[in-house]
Ligand binder design. Structure first.
Ligand code: S3P
Ligand code: PEP
Length: 433
């Protein structure tokens, strides 16, 4: 599907979708448990991939209403899957589930779409091999397809922290049901650190303790997963909120209010401070879980995305509309996502008349030297590129067509309906590719 968006003003209230990161963990933690009910779950392309994996390990995941999932788990002991696990486009699924596979007494094969088969898995495979399992990439390049044979037995392993925090989340989740637990020593500084906090928070809600140490993280073994009173509630997704908040700051007629903005460990709540630093008026009523953002003239700032890689596309669009330069630093790990998002944003915004300077670990957006022109842009098969370009399109001087817009299904299935509800003038064009 392509979507053509005409410049529009927006106002009103929208509901944020549930957090993708929390939903993945809640589904898998329920899989590690005997059973659990997950409320307010995100049912999207990526979280369905985690649900399929839980089923292949011997559990069941049943959607009993739009956002309620009843899960029967494999109770700490995954069976050897009867089929290849297709993680589709989801890095979180592949990393979390690779570590689950390392607990099974046999061999699991994991694959994904062409984007996922180009993303780095080597450090996790090496960790599993070091812990007494066998794990390799069929092409020997650290990328899926992956073949993992368990069970792991070791207790201590070192791992880099600057490629993906998901390796650490994965090993902590699996480590809790090993006999002796796992101690993870970081070989480098940790990027995307708040996502490990999200993992530790979900584990705690399932009665499992994991903690930071001076050198990394540790989880004791022989623990059991069970959420309090058998249920778990997923908070709203702040990465998704970032697009709606940006809409309010850039194209708000009066203001945009986003509901479902509960407090949680998500690092991407930083979008609110970033908007404020750029000059927007932002009000976050935490008890109501509502964020209100009003339109303002924005100023460029310097911002590190070390902890918040998924915000880079949103910040790049804010920078395109701001006065002065927006300097996005510590961005190297943003190149290892569904696409190389540093290059993708530079190139796609470039088609709309935005001037940028790209370096290995930074992206500078020259807002003052940029105009936003209507253009045909490519969503790059990447949900965040599509959603951020949709925000940019509202400010352009004519219609913008985003190709491959259906990829929003990965994290925000109703994205274009929500935009229409806020007043965006858009047209969906079905296409075969
Ligand atoms: O654990 C998670 O839920 C995620 C961790 C981050 O990835 P990295 O840790 O690979 O940077 C983030 O980019 C991704 O969207 C979700
Ligand atoms: C990178 C992302 O997810 P994943 O790593 O799960 O593919 C994302 O949602 O931006």
């Amino acid at each position: 599907m392509h979507v053509t968006i005409s410049p529009s003003r927006v106002s009103g209230t929208a509901r944020a979708p549930p957090s993708k990161s929390y939903t993945h963990r809640a589904i898998l933690a329920s899989g590690y448990a005997e059973e659990a009910t997950v409320h307010d779950a995100l049912w999207s392309a990526d979280t369905r991939a985690t649900a399929r994996a839980v089923e292949l390990f011997g559990g069941t995941v049943t959607q009993t209403s739009g956002s309620t999932l009843e899960v029967t788990g494999f109770d700490g002991t995954p069976t050897v899957p009867a089929n290849v696990i297709d993680c589709d486009n989801s890095g979180t699924t592949m990393r979390l589930v690779t570590a689950t596979a390392a607990l099974a007494d046999g061999t699991t094969v994991l694959t994904g779409d062409s984007s996922l088969r180009s993303r780095p898995q080597g450090p996790l495979l090496e960790a599993i091999s070091h812990l007494g399992g066998e794990a390799f990439s069929t092409r020997g390049n650290g990328q899926a397809p992956l073949v993992v044979t368990g069970p792991i037995t070791g207790e201590r392993v070192s791992i880099p922290g600057d490629v993906s925090s998901q390796y650490i989340s994965a090993l902590l989740m699996a480590g809790a049901v090993t006999d002796d637990g796992l101690r993870l020593d970081l070989e480098t500084e940790l990027k995307s650190a708040p996502y490990v906090d999200v993992t530790i928070e979900v584990l705690a809600d399932f009665g499992v303790e994991a903690r930071a140490t001076d050198d990394g993280f540790v989880v004791d073994g022989s623990q059991s997963y069970a959420p309090q009173s058998g249920t778990y509630h997923v908070p709203g997704d702040f990465s998704s909120i970032s697009y709606l908040a940006a809409l309010g700051a850039l194209a708000g007629d009066e203001s945009v209010t986003v509901r479902g903005a509960q407090s949680s460990a998500q690092g991407d709540t930083a979008i609110l401070d970033i908007l404020k630093a750029m000059g927007a008026a932002v009000d976050w009523d935490r008890s109501a879980g509502a964020v209100t953002v009003s339109r303002a003239d924005l100023e460029g700032i310097e911002v590190s995305v070390e902890d918040t890689p998924d915000l880079l596309p949103t910040i790049a669009v804010l920078g395109a509309a701001a006065d002065g330069d927006t300097y996005i630093t510590n961005a190297e790990h943003v190149r290892f996502k569904e696409t190389d998002r540093v290059s993708a944003m530079a190139e796609e915004l470039g088609k709309m008349g935005v001037e940028t300077t790209e370096e290995r670990d930074s992206l500078t957006i020259h807002g003052s030297e940029s105009t936003l022109e209507g253009a045909t842009v490519d969503g790059r098969g990447d949900h965040r590129i599509v959603m951020s370009l949709a925000v940019a399109a509202l400010l352009a001087d004519g219609p913008t067509t985003i190709r491959g817009a259906e990829h929003v299904d990965v994290s925000f299935p109703g994205f274009f309906d929500v935009l229409e509800g806020l007043g965006v003038d858009l047209e969906r064009i079905e296409s075969s590719h």
